[in-house]
Design a protein around this ligand. Structure first.
Ligand code: HEM
Ligand code: NFK
Length: 284
């Protein structure tokens, strides 16, 4: 090593003849991945690259979220909680990345965005099939959301399948029931296509779990993990709404909604309501 050259020599055993072999680029399909950034703006606005990459990276994180959420749902349904918690821990880190990433897009000023916004037509994040799938897997079911995918039979098939299946919380309540907890029967056999609605009969069940956590540790841990996932999801929704507010103010959305007010209304939606409600009852 020569400390003055400021150059790292390539070691002799580094593989150089890679023709026909599996390489970094081939394994990661970078030819495809890096050819997907195609600005629509005819005059090629500098900032559209940021806009595209911000969306594409988020869609990649959605893909991993879906992969992990599906694994967690399967594991909870099989009463195998420890690996399910591992998936939820990973999900929380992904959510943190997605939250922090808004800072990059927030460098886009209203003037910069206005230069290419018109060219986006009616395209909108509201049409993100992967986002809607994440919402469904977490339990925010709404059949009307399928309408905007009517042009895409495969998206409708995947979303309908998730709409009709138990969500993460539905499976968790089933797990509690199988482990001797007195979960109200109407929560165990309900129409899965409907959004989960808070049930006062579940609160005493969770109260027992929380107040006697020593004897119900895995259930207690799972509740806390779910609370974290819900909070992180709300933080993402909130930051999206604030980013939108600072970039387009109260203009209507390209997807046809009222814009910020529509996004703010989503902050009222909850995935695991009793896990928060129980806190009011603790110690009473
Ligand atoms: C300049 C940046 C952005 C603006 C101005 C914006 C604006 C909006 C607006 C106004 C809506 C409501 C639907 C509509 O009428 O269009 C919406 C929905 C949505 N956007 Fe964005 N957005 C931005 C960036 C992003 C990014 C980076 C993502 C990441 C994928 C994203 C994902 C979504 C999703 C998933 C929805 C549906 C939300 C829901 O159903 O509650 N948006 N956006
Ligand atoms: N809804 C946005 C447009 C937008 O952000 C967008 C456009 C195309 C693809 C993804 C988008 N992202 C989120 O809505 C707007 O109203 O400006």
């Amino acid at each position: 090593m020569n400390p003055t050259s400021n150059r790292r020599p390539i070691e002799p055993d580094v593989h150089r003849d890679l023709a026909g072999e599996l390489t970094y680029e081939r394994y990661l399909r970078l030819d495809t991945l890096l050819s997907c950034q195609r600005p629509v703006s005819s005059s090629g606005h500098h900032d559209e690259m940021l806009f595209i990459i911000q969306h594409q990276t988020t869609e990649l994180w959605f893909k991993l979220l879906i992969h992990e959420l599906r694994a967690a749902i399967r594991l909870v349904a099989a009463d195998d909680l420890p690996p399910a918690m591992k998936s939820l821990a990973r999900i929380k880190h992904i959510q943190r990345q997605m939250f922090e990433q808004w800072a990059v897009l927030e460098t886009l000023t209203p003037i910069e965005y206005a230069k290419f916004r018109d060219e986006l037509g009616h395209a909108s994040g509201f049409q993100s099939g992967q986002y809607r799938l994440v919402e469904f897997l977490l339990g925010n079911k709404n059949a009307a959301m399928l309408d905007v995918f009517a042009h895409d039979a495969e998206a409708v098939r995947v979303l309908r399948e998730a709409l009709e299946a138990p969500s993460l919380y539905d499976e968790f309540l089933g797990h509690l029931a199988r482990n001797g907890h007195d979960v109200p029967a109407d929560l165990l056999e309900r129409d899965w296509t409907q959004p989960y609605r808070e049930h006062s009969g579940l609160v005493p069940v969770l109260k027992r779990v929380y107040e006697d956590a020593g004897n119900h540790w895995s259930e207690y841990e799972a509740c806390e993990e779910l609370a974290d996932v819900e909070e992180s999801f709300q933080l993402w929704r909130f930051r999206h709404m604030k980013t939108v507010e600072r970039i387009i103010g109260h203009k209507r959305g390209t997807g046809g909604s009222s814009g910020v007010d529509f996004l703010r209304a989503a902050l009222e939606l909850t995935f695991f309501p009793e896990i928060l409600t129980v806190r009011t009852e603790i110690g009473r």
